[in-house]
Design a protein around this ligand. Structure first.
Ligand SMILES: [Zn+2]
Length: 73
């Protein structure tokens, strides 16, 4: 089974997920529930897996700056 199947989501509780990498680039994140309790998260552009508990819900004015992520939204 692929992780990138129809169970994938770009929102948790109706809100998008962002993740900032070490270079300060903000990516959109996409995730999937595995085994019903482990939430697996990765960047939409596919450049990285998001480490546990480092994704966040963006605040006002917090925009995705990764061009690869933006091109896939
Ligand atoms: Zn990205």
């Amino acid at each position: 089974m692929s992780l990138h199947d129809s169970n994938s989501t770009r929102e948790i509780n109706g809100r998008p997920i962002h993740w900032k990498d070490k270079a300060g680039v903000v990516h959109a994140a996409e995730g999937n529930w595995l085994m019903s309790r482990d939430f697996c998260l990765w960047t939409v552009c596919g450049s990285a897996d998001v480490p546990a508990n480092t994704g966040y819900h963006p605040g006002d004015g917090d925009k995705v700056t990764c061009e690869a992520c933006l091109s896939k939204q």
